[in-house]
Design a protein around this ligand. Sequence first.
Ligand code: ADP
Ligand code: AMP
Length: 213
Amino acid sequence: MILVFIGPPGAGKGTQAKLLSQRMGFLHLSTGDILREAVKKQTPLGINAKEYMDRGELVPDSLIIALIEEHLPEEGGVILDGFPRTLAQAEALDNMLNAKGKKLSKVLVFEIPDEVLIDRLSGRRVCSNCGAVYHIKYNPPRRDGICDLCGGTLVQREDDKESVVRNRLEVYRRQTQPLIDFYKKKGIIYNLDATKGVEELFSEIEGIIKDGG
Ligand code: ADP
Ligand code: AMP
């Protein structure tokens, strides 16, 4: 089963994808996580991607498509989190899957107002060591600034600073939202009220996944 999570930054895609991975065995494929790892290691991809990420712009399609080609597994359940983000990426994904005789199962759209996103992104903290995600109000660590899982230091993502957040929301509206129509035509779209709490939203997603339709 191949699922796509679409939604603006801060909607809770990564949080739900990580839970699905832990509880149901899905592979969580996040282009944002892969890129951040590449930036940290200063690989050629990371060095190239950093300037776009720091500005809240999208990294060029050719780099992202190559990255997915490299990471998409042959078998098993996969959640694509943060990919595709442009029509060119969506078409490339269709071609990649067609070539393997597969197709997308479902596309879940996380719907959420901007005020809630700003609140979520300004309070988001990530572990600089293992990448675990927290929120200072909604999902705080047991000890301030310290990761529960590995003891690493929690930091704010550079692109979660307010000036960059505004641009990321604009980029989402301009470049990614049109994908919703693209997938609507294929009849595989499911809309979620992403303002719900983590567990309530998880149950809803679980219901959608288990529903054969
Ligand atoms: P995305 O992957 O869509 O950018 P995240 O999963 O990183 O979003 O979530 C953004 C922030 O909001 C994080 O700090 C996370 O802990 C918090 N969060 C995620 N889901 C919820 C929720 N349902 N209710 C409240 N806060 C949430
Ligand atoms: P995310 O972690 O999904 O919020 O992504 C962080 C940043 O990585 C984005 O603002 C983009 O700069 C880049 N990025 C992640 N996924 C993609 C993608 N599919 N296409 C282009 N850029 C991406």
